[in-house]
Ligand binder design. Structure first.
Ligand code: OVM
Length: 393
């Protein structure tokens, strides 16, 4: 297949390509980039849970770190394998774990209510992508990390470029390049201990270096992971949730009757929309996938989004449905690299949904939504909605 998964036509609507790749077989060679694509749930799951044969240390984008220079020093988490991966992962999973987040729940709930009140007081029609999905994570996450106020507008552009950089060196990457040096310098500065607040995720990471759980050289790079992966991902996941409900009014009514479904709603939206669409691995040895011999040192492109809608694994995969059990989806990956920030993301989503449930009786699209194209992320630039207020259930 000569197709380009990173073309604008595919980024606008990747679903036909996903179906084509799944139906073409367990693995498909893409000559355009000389990579092996897996799009069925079984093979994506297998690659994600086999870190010995599908390594991350050669990069989880198209660039092969063994032969090409990465655009920035590799992440100690994302772009590392055991044993080097273990200490940073252990530290961050504790810093971002459910216990550590407990004290944030009430504050984030109150913050969500303030934001929702602000937005709704301006009228029933608004852009849910900018007014809620962008605004809420930017309101709560940088504070939780302990970032200074200045320069926070750099977070989204930096993350957007980092996720573009997993793809080929196309026009999307070219558009980001003029600002890479400036944004990277700002991000690097925020990772310093003296710049971070005395409490927060950043301080917690540095405290782990005092205990010897990680080295002081590792601490800033682990903070960098928060700043790279912690904003755009949650922004677009919230957009996925809001888009899902705006286009499935009956599911909103279900959630209103049973607000306990908010957690399921978030994971179902992540399955359904897959804010992170793809990641690569690199084979450490020759691997057989179906009847195909994939040579050692090959890049394998895993279509998380296609696996999350594989009819071989899911009933009515294209339906956003709160009655299904979405657990097992690979929207957060799977295995030892599975998203370490997912509890943060879930908490943001629960806070925002709870605030909306208090005031919004129904919501619907109020004009054509507009996609934001990124080589890795499925995102909305604009999501015009109209809500009807009311708390009666
Ligand atoms: C990182 C990281 C982790 C997950 C995703 C990601 C840009 C980055 O450790 O820097 O995307």
């Amino acid at each position: 297949m000569t197709l380009d998964p990173f073309s604008h036509a595919v980024l606008e609507d990747p679903l036909p390509l996903h179906a084509e790749l799944r139906d073409a077989g367990p693995v498909v060679h893409l000559p355009r980039y000389d990579v092996y694509a897996v799009a069925r749930y079984e093979q994506v799951h297998a690659a994600l849970t086999d870190w010995q044969r599908f390594q991350s240390a050669a990069g989880v984008g198209l660039t092969n770190f063994r032969t090409e220079k990465p655009w920035r020093p590799p992440s100690l988490l994302l772009e590392a394998d055991p044993p080097r991966h273990d200490a940073p992962r252990r530290v961050l999973s504790k810093v971002l774990g459910p216990r550590a987040l407990r004290h944030l729940r009430e504050r984030w709930q109150a913050d969500a209510e303030v934001l929702v009140d602000e937005v709704l007081s301006a009228g029933p029609r608004f852009d849910a992508a900018t007014a809620l999905s962008h605004a809420f994570p930017l309101r709560v996450f940088p504070d939780a990390v302990g970032l200074p106020a200045a320069g926070r507008e750099n977070l989204l552009p930096y993350g957007d470029h980092a996720f573009n950089a997993f793809g080929p060196d196309n026009d999307l990457v070219a558009r980001g390049k003029p600002r890479v040096a400036e944004l990277s310098e700002w991000v690097g500065e925020q990772c310093r201990r003296e710049v971070l607040a005395p409490t927060g995720f950043g301080a917690d990471i540095w405290a782990a270096s005092d205990r010897g759980d990680i080295t002081p050289e590792q601490a800033p790079l682990i903070v960098r992971s928060l700043l790279t992966a912690g904003v755009d991902t949650t922004v677009h996941a919230l957009s996925a949730v809001l888009y899902a409900f705006a286009t499935h009014p009956e599911q909103w009514q279900r959630l209103r009757k049973d607000p306990g479904l908010a957690r399921v709603a978030f994971d179902e939206a992540v399955r359904w929309e897959s804010p992170v669409q793809t990641f690569f691995r690199t084979t450490t040895t020759e691997v057989r996938i179906g009847d195909v011999r994939v040579p050692a040192g090959s890049k394998v492109l895993m279509f998380l989004a296609a696996a999350n809608r594989d009819p071989r694994r899911w009933d009515r995969p294209d339906a956003f449905d709160l009655s299904r059990d979405p657990s097992g989806h690979v929207g957060f990956g799977m295995g030892l690299h599975q998203c370490v920030g997912q509890h943060v993301a879930r908490l943001e989503s629960e806070a925002l949904l709870a605030a909306l449930l208090r005031r919004v009786a129904s919501l619907e699209l109020d004009g054509p939504p507009r996609r934001h194209h990124n080589n890795t992320l499925r995102a909305w630039e604009s999501l015009p909605v109209r809500v009807r207020l009311g708390t009666d259930r």
